[in-house]
Design a protein around this ligand. Sequence first.
Ligand SMILES: [Zn+2]
Length: 421
Amino acid sequence: MKIIGINHFASKDLDLGASGNYKENCMLLGLTIEEMKAVKNTDLENAHQRFIHLEPMDENPQQDSNSNPYFAYLLRLQGLDANQNRKIVTPQHQGEHIVVYSRDNQCFHTAAFSATETVTPGVQRIEFHVYHDGVVKINDNIDMALPRKVANIYYFYHRDPKLALPVVEVCNLEMVMADKMSRVNKDVTVSIPPNGFIEFHDYSNDGVPGVDAKKTYQNNDGDIITEGSGKTMRYNNQNKKRFMVHFVTADVYNTTLNIDITYTATLRHYANPVLTAAIIGALVKINYGIISTGFAFSKGSCYPSGLHVNGESVDTHYATTIQRDVDFILALKKFGFKTFRIGNIYHPKSNDIYNHSSFNQIKTIFKRDSNCRKLKTNETAETANCAMVNGVFTKKKIINSLHSTHLHSEDVELIDGYKTL
Ligand SMILES: [Zn+2]
């Protein structure tokens, strides 16, 4: 039997507004006309509203002979009988219950319905389509409901139609599934090795200069503790799963589109697949190389950060000019990044970025490092390494605030729009 789904759905007829005409907002129920008649003709009163109830069959999701997951449901109907009593019935067609199948829990259909449907030709794989105007389309559910056991994710870039240039297959990146790790800054003091934890990796042995992470441990619950150049960090397993892609910069590099990103001082090479699409779009928009200090490690931890869990953030060096930084931030924003963390407000470079006229209307996209404190009693500006700004003495080590050395970008929400795949 064929289990069909919808990779891409756009409707001009549904009154959902400009951004609502996509498949996450619709459900389809595929029944043959004869099956529909059976649903209509039960002993429920036709004069009252009836509701379709899909009752999960045993042990959903099930697996077909190729180990692909699918869902099966018994179609039932709820309504009122002739005596106005609420009742749920199981419609029968040719003496059998009606069973519907789904692979994405959005398109449901019977075996008889799918038998007569044609399937769009193409390869069964997950594709992200990044468009020049910021829109990104996925031929999967946004929560990546459909991956097979081993899969790569394919990224395509669609240039401006006015240029009449072909679509470019940018890369395909290996997908991995990791535990969802907590996104909190868990600075912990622990005995080493931590009680109940076993070391699984020492990043200082990997020969990459400048990597902050060192010995890393995991317990039976999947929680991770990492020692490093600074504080010891703990990442708690949230008992959910998250997909990431192995972001190999040499694979993402593309001369046709002038995509150029390289790593330095990092082994955090795993990125959220959605964030990856947004970065690819932004890298095409600018015309210079970006140096990155990474995303997350393969198990979802991200020392020294607490925010990069499961590759939900990216760090990049500031560029050689303020204008390039501004252009890159605007490019990331165009493809869905919503939050940027930059340095302390008294750091000249980050201050120049923050105050750039391009951001006059969109200051909310920035988060600054922590506020400055006033001098304590008996402290002088010199002894506290402070500066006087607008009549207020500010915190010491102002030139070393966290994001003074790099731009941190996170919080991607893909831009939707009407596209035909
Ligand atoms: Zn960061």
